[in-house]
Design a protein around this ligand. Structure first.
Ligand code: SAM
Length: 328
């Protein structure tokens, strides 16, 4: 989950203790999509294993499926591997950022082509609630926001070292925050007094920088700033773009690529890919407009509210050649 729903999930994390385990978003829709594969021994590549919610549903329902789960976060991999231990003979867990893992996978000729490649972008409730990495303004933790400890630059580094103008541009570009200049100015003023070390300190600086009407809107005033920093720290949009381009190449004939996104910037990347491959490369653009959760799911799991599912199906004869109008 990501984007505005972080506010809601973060609030739950902040004290009400409403949600304790990550609930897989659009699960029924993902299972229905997977049904279309109709292949006994399908290979699934789950690029955002997270808490293993989608993985558990697929592995428990389909006893011949082989599953590869990727996550950059070692704590997520550990949690998922424990939860999925009954299926360990059919499960391989790979560590690293998905764009890099998919590139390595593509050059390994011994590897089979996946029938179903799946992205459930953003972060899980476990990262928001208690990862000690400051993803949420509702929990006071060290400002870090790295999915992987191997990532060099953290949110602390960005907030405490970037030039004011660059910081404003970052908050505007990745947070779509109209008040980015004010917020960047307040951050730079505050850090002259002392480094900004925690998520709560940053949230309070952002709240203090915006007009009071903004402070009383439905989402917390720091939501967009936190989103922007997290996207930048983990290069989320660049990785999504590279990984989706690799995923369509990797798909087995007739295979399906599914992407759940949680904010407009993420969705745009998936939308452009679906449009290009649907119109010019012989793929089926399965959902246009994208599928969104129903009222029941939104009220049961507020974090799902901004989710959008897009999916592409590869031609059965292999990837189409754009010069032949997408015919294989
Ligand atoms: C929304 S959660 C997935 C939840 C999962 N589908 C479930 O049902 O439990 C997203 C996960 O993707 C991981 N992730 C996000 N971006 C990533 C990237 N570029 N490479 C690898 N993992 C990533 C996060 O660490 C997080 O654990």
């Amino acid at each position: 989950m990501a984007g505005n729903n972080e506010a809601e999930a973060g609030m739950a994390a902040g004290g009400e203790g409403v949600q304790t385990f990550h609930q897989p978003v659009l699960l029924a829709e993902i299972l229905a999509l997977f049904e279309r594969i109709r292949k006994e021994r399908a290979l699934v590549m789950d690029c955002t294993l997270g808490a293993g919610g989608h993985a558990q549903a697929i592995l428990s329902m389909y006893s011949s499926v082989t599953y590869i789960g990727i996550d950059a976060d070692p704590e997520a991999r550990k949690r998922a591997a424990e939860r999925l231990s009954p299926y360990s003979s059919r499960l391989e867990v790979l560590g690293g950022y998905f764009d890099e893992v998919l590139s390595d996978y593509a050059v390994d000729l011994a590897r089979a082509k996946p029938d179903f490649i799946f992205f459930d972008l953003g972060l899980s409730i476990h990262q928001l609630q208690g990862s000690r990495r400051g993803f949420s303004f509702a929990v006071d933790e060290a400002l870090d926001m790295r999915f992987s400890p191997d990532t060099e630059v953290s949110a602390y580094d960005l907030v405490n070292t970037m030039r004011e103008e660059e910081l404003a541009n970052l908050i505007y570009k990745y947070g779509e925050e109209k008040l980015s200049r004010r917020i960047a100015r307040a951050i730079c003023e505050a850090r002259q007094r002392a480094p900004i070390r925690t998520s709560a300190a940053l949230a309070s600086i952002v709240s203090g920088a915006v007009p009071s009407a903004y402070r009383h809107s439905r989402i917390h005033p720091a939501t967009r700033t936190f989103q922007a920093l997290r996207i930048s720290v983990n290069d989320e949009l660049g990785r999504e773009e590279r990984a989706l381009a690799k995923a369509v190449e990797l798909l087995a004939p007739g295979g399906i690529l599914a992407v759940i996104s949680f904010h407009s910037l993420e969705d745009r990347v998936a939308k452009l890919l679906c449009r290009e491959y649907g119109r010019n490369r012989g793929f089926e653009d399965i959902y246009n407009p994208p599928l969104v959760p129903g009222d029941e799911e939104c009220s049961r799991n507020p974090a799902s509210r901004s989710a959008k599912l897009r999916a592409l199906r590869a031609p059965t004869q292999g990837i189409g050649d754009p010069s032949t109008g997408g015919m294989p």
